[in-house]
Design a protein around this ligand. Structure first.
Ligand code: SF4
Ligand code: SF4
Length: 302
C-alpha cells in the first residue's frame, strides 16, 4: 500500500489504532447541496476544514486509506457520509465493493445510483414539507420526492428514510409516514435530536421527560405501520428518563463505530459520530439506542 495511514489518519478522543471497530463512518466530502439548521457536521467545533485550494483527497488515495482502516480495525459495516457523499458518486460506487455491508447516507437531492441489493440508502427527511423545509431548506422535501419518483423500475438498492425528530416536528411524524407509504421507500426510522452542549436552536427538549411525547408518538406509529416504522420497541423503552442516562453514559456507538471526519487532507476522529460539541445526557441518536437494544438482545452490530 502506498498511503501512510499514520500521516493521513489521526485518531484521538479515545479512538485507538490497535482497537477493533465493527463499523466505521467516513465523511468522504465536506461539500453539500444543503445547509441544514440542525447539521452537526458543520458545527464550529468540528473537524471539517474544506480541502486546501479546493483539492479533495483523490478517489484512489481515499479508497486506499479506507481499505487500510478496514484491515487495521476489522471493519465490516461501512457508512458513506458527508457532506453529501453522492457528490463523489464514482468513489462511492467503487468503495462499496470493499465492505460486506454498506450504507450510504444521503440528503436525497442528488440522483441515487443503483449500487446493488446489498447496499442500503438512508435518505434524510425531517417531516412533511413545512417542518422539513424549515430545517433543511425551502423546496427540499419536493426535491427529495422527485429523486424517489425518478428511481427506475427494478432499482435494487433498498431505500430507508431517517427522520430526525425535534420539538419542532414531533407533531407531524404521522404525516411524513403517510406521504412515504406510496413511494419506493421501504421503511422509516426516527432518530431523536442530539443537541450541542449549549443548545440555542429551540429544537431540543428541556428534559428527557418532555422528549417522551415524541418517543410515544413513534411507538404509536410503529403500531399503526408495523414493518414500515422500524425503530425497535426495546430501543424506545430504553429512551425512558430512568433508562436513557444509563445507555448514554456508556455509549455503545462510541465503542462500536469509528467516526472519521474529513479535515483538509486528513481523516480525524471527533468525540463521537455527532462531532465534538455534544450533550450526551440528552442524546437521542437512533444508532445509540438500537445498539443498546441489540446488545440486550444479544445481537450487537457486526
Ligand atoms: S444534508 Fe446532511 S451534511 Fe448536508 S447540511 Fe444537511 S445535515 Fe449537514
Ligand atoms: S452524543 Fe450520543 S452518540 Fe455521541 S457519545 Fe454521546 S451518547 Fe454517544
Amino acid at each position: 500500500m502506498g498511503v501512510d495511514l499514520s500521516e493521513r489518519v489521526v485518531l484521538s478522543n479515545g479512538f485507538r489504532e490497535g482497537a477493533r471497530y465493527p463499523a466505521m463512518f467516513v465523511n468522504v466530502t465536506n461539500r453539500c447541496t444543503l445547509s441544514c439548521a440542525h447539521c452537526f457536521v458543520y458545527r464550529d467545533d468540528n473537524p471539517n476544514e474544506p480541502a486546501p485550494a479546493r483539492r479533495e483527497i483523490p478517489d484512489d488515495e481515499l479508497l486506499e486509506i479506507i481499505e487500510g482502516l478496514r484491515d487495521r480495525h476489522g471493519v465490516q459495516v461501512m457508512l458513506w457520509m458527508g457532506g453529501e457523499p453522492l457528490l463523489r458518486r464514482r468513489l462511492v460506487e467503487r468503495g462499496v465493493r470493499l465492505f460486506p455491508h454498506n450504507t450510504v447516507v444521503t440528503n436525497g437531492t442528488v440522483p441515487l445510483v443503483d449500487l446493488g441489493a446489498d447496499v442500503l440508502y438512508v435518505v434524510s427527511l425531517d417531516g412533511p414539507p413545512g417542518p422539513n423545509d424549515a430545517v433543511r431548506g425551502a423546496g427540499t422535501f419536493d426535491r427529495v420526492m422527485r429523486t424517489l419518483a425518478r428511481l427506475p423500475t427494478g432499482f435494487s438498492s433498498p431505500v430507508q428514510v431517517q427522520c430526525t425528530v425535534t420539538r419542532a416536528n414531533q407533531d407531524h411524524l404521522g404525516e411524513l409516514v403517510e406521504l412515504l407509504r406510496d413511494t419506493p421507500v421501504g421503511w422509516v426510522t426516527f432518530s431523536f435530536y442530539v443537541p450541542p452542549a449549549a443548545d440555542a436552536s429551540g429544537l431540543g427538549w428541556a428534559t428527557l421527560e418532555d422528549r417522551m411525547v415524541a418517543v410515544e408518538t413513534v411507538r404509536e406509529l410503529k403500531q399503526h405501520h408495523p414493518g414500515f416504522v422500524r425503530n425497535r420497541g426495546r430501543a424506545l423503552d430504553l429512551m425512558a428518563p430512568g433508562r436513557a442516562p444509563v445507555v448514554t453514559a456508556a455509549c455503545p456507538a462510541k465503542a462500536t463505530v469509528l467516526p472519521l471526519y474529513l479535515d483538509g487532507e486528513r481523516l480525524v476522529t471527533p468525540f463521537c459520530c455527532y462531532g465534538n460539541d455534544v450533550d450526551c445526557s440528552r442524546c437521542g441518536a437512533w444508532v445509540v439506542f438500537e445498539l443498546a437494544a441489540g446488545r440486550d438482545a444479544g445481537a450487537p452490530l457486526g
